[in-house]
Design a protein around this ligand. Structure first.
Ligand code: UDP
Length: 312
């Protein structure tokens, strides 16, 4: 297959591109490098895969015939999308529209990378795909949450009116190698801080929860959905739920760090808990995660120490 990966130089996009290339697909990577990094895909370019630096919200390059289009183009780290609100809204809306058109013109399968953020600060727990969510439409996070909710609506409308072969995956917190140590997300921050011996910054009282999926598991789920005929939305995430204080313990144990903890203010509208119900992924795709938080953190720490020299 010839597969477009928009956002393909980012953390998750580059792992998806790798997995597609490994199974023999030709990958066309699109990325404006606003949060992605060309070094994430240098080995793919060297192996003959295409890479276009472009903002999909503005225009698409000449791409030719493709069999699938994966839309992972968006900032995903809260500090980053809060700093780029209009760009985040543009890529979720206009970027998604352009990529849907590209898929439609080619009769290609379209995969939208949506997010657990569509559930907002959820009143249903764990979150099933049928839950409509609890999002503040004018809060600071709305630039990301509503862009993704709009992208979902657009995808469903495109499939309904134009027959686009589209599907939607709702991605929960994902971590692993190539996560930018400076991107401000909790796993990046805690692991970097622990390796550097600086205090771990816990926002709020640290009792809020998240469910962390190792990137290899996440990518396996994305490809399972891409290869299926399901439309979704389907949650792909690890249903093991941790408080941020439990994450502190896990990170300190894996890094053998003696860092202390400092408490900082909770960001506005920070969801209090998040955990996917993955019944649909299990039954429709035969997918479930296999890598525990501890094992995943060990792999990430090994990568950061080795490749990035963090904490050396
Ligand atoms: N968080 C934290 N310390 C940090 C960064 C984040 O305690 O240095 C918290 C944040 O307030 C949230 C959780 O960790 O409750 C996950 O934040 P992240 O930015 O990784 O992603 P989110 O799930 O909020 O999109």
């Amino acid at each position: 297959m010839r597969v477009v990966v928009a956002g393909g130089a980012g953390f998750l996009g580059s792992h998806l591109a790798d997995a597609l290339a490994t199974r023999g697909d030709d990958v066309v990577i699109l990325d404006d490098l606003s949060s992605g990094n060309a070094s994430n895909v240098a080995h793919l370019v060297a192996a003959g895969h295409e890479f276009h630096v472009c903002n999909v919200a503005e225009e698409l390059p000449e791409i030719g015939a493709v069999d699938a289009v994966c839309n992972l183009a968006s900032p995903a780290s809260p500090p980053f999308y809060l700093a780029h609100p209009l760009e985040t809204l543009a890529v979720g809306s206009e970027g998604t529209r352009r990529l849907l058109e590209l898929a439609n013109q080619n009769g290609a399968r379209f995969l939208l990378a949506s997010t657990s953020e569509v559930y907002g600060d959820p009143k249903e727990h764990p979150q099933r795909e049928t839950y409509w969510g609890n999002v503040n439409p004018v809060g600071p996070r709305s630039v990301y949450d509503e862009a993704k909710r709009f992208a979902e609506a657009l995808t469903i409308a495109h499939a309904g009116t134009k027959g686009t072969n589209a599907c939607i995956v709702r991605i929960f917190n994902t971590y692993g190698p190539r996560l930018d140590p400076g991107d401000g997300r909790v796993v990046s921050n805690f692991v970097r801080q622990a390796l550097e011996g600086s205090p771990l910054t816990v926002y709020g009282d640290g009792r809020q929860t998240r469910s962390f999926c190792y990137v290899d598991d996440e990518v396996r789920g994305l490809i399972a959905l891409l290869d299926a005929t399901e439309r979704g939305p389907i949650n792909i995430g690890n249903p093991e739920e941790f408080t941020m204080l439990e994450l502190v313990d896990a990170v300190l144990e894996v890094t053998r760090s003696t860092s202390t903890v400092v408490f900082e203010p909770l960001p506005t509208d920070d969801p209090t808990r998040r955990c996917p119900d993955i019944t649909l992924a299990k039954t429709l795709l035969g997918w479930e995660p296999t890598i525990s938080l501890r094992e995943g953190l060990e792999r990430l720490v090994e990568y950061l120490r080795g490749v990035q020299g963090v904490g050396e």
